[in-house]
Design a protein around this ligand. Structure first.
Ligand code: MN
Length: 191
């Protein structure tokens, strides 16, 4: 089973996360931010990951540290669960609608941390906050991740479309591809 357990404590946040890549979309999430719990729950559900995650963060400051640090921990959990990346599909992309919003995600489980995040227009505070989440996730998972909101009006829908597109993308990119023998790289390593 490809699993990970991460515990991270700083003066700003205390987080534990248990992740199973080949799961059934079962989750238990508590970050203290209702909307963020909603996003992480649907990420687990649509990614078919099992995810138990709890965070006690300094929400009296604002949501920033909690959202960013959960991104760090979730990224570390993927990195740990993927181990040497043996047999994985590696590349995937998905475009997912949420009512009037449409979001695209594309991932390369590459060992090359990089985030492209484009929201097509002026970015509101929430869109900006979740850019920090995806950057932390991509950097600590060691993946190249491109996210683009093609269009949309409602910020809740736009962010939700991004989380669903990223979930479906990660589900396929980390899946075991029977055509892949060993490490899917001519370099011989993805670490
Ligand atoms: Mn919703």
């Amino acid at each position: 089973m490809r699993k990970a357990f991460i515990e991270r404590k700083t003066n700003e946040t205390q987080i534990t996360a248990a992740l199973t890549l080949d799961g059934k979309g079962e989750y238990s999430i508590n970050t203290g931010i209702g909307f963020f719990d909603h996003m992480l729950s649907l990420f687990a559900r649509h990614g078919s990951f099992n995810l138990d995650l709890s965070c006690k963060g300094d929400l009296q400051v604002d949501n920033h540290h909690t959202v960013e640090d959960v991104g760090i921990v979730l990224g570390q959990a993927f990195r740990q669960a993927l181990s040497d990346m043996r047999g994985i599909a590696r590349y995937a992309d998905k475009t997912v609608p949420m009512d009037e919003a449409l979001a695209f995600a594309c991932a390369d489980i590459s060992g090359r941390p990089y985030l492209v995040y484009e929201t097509g227009g002026e970015m509101g505070d929430e869109m900006q906050l979740y850019e920090e989440f995806w950057r932390a996730f991509a950097v600590h998972a060691g993946i190249t991740l491109h996210i683009k909101v093609l269009y949309g009006k409602n910020a809740h829908h736009m962010i939700e479309a991004v989380f669903k597109a990223a979930a479906r993308t990660m589900r396929e990119a980390v899946s075991i591809d029977p055509k892949v023998e060993g490490i899917p790289s001519t370099k011989g390593t993805l670490i």
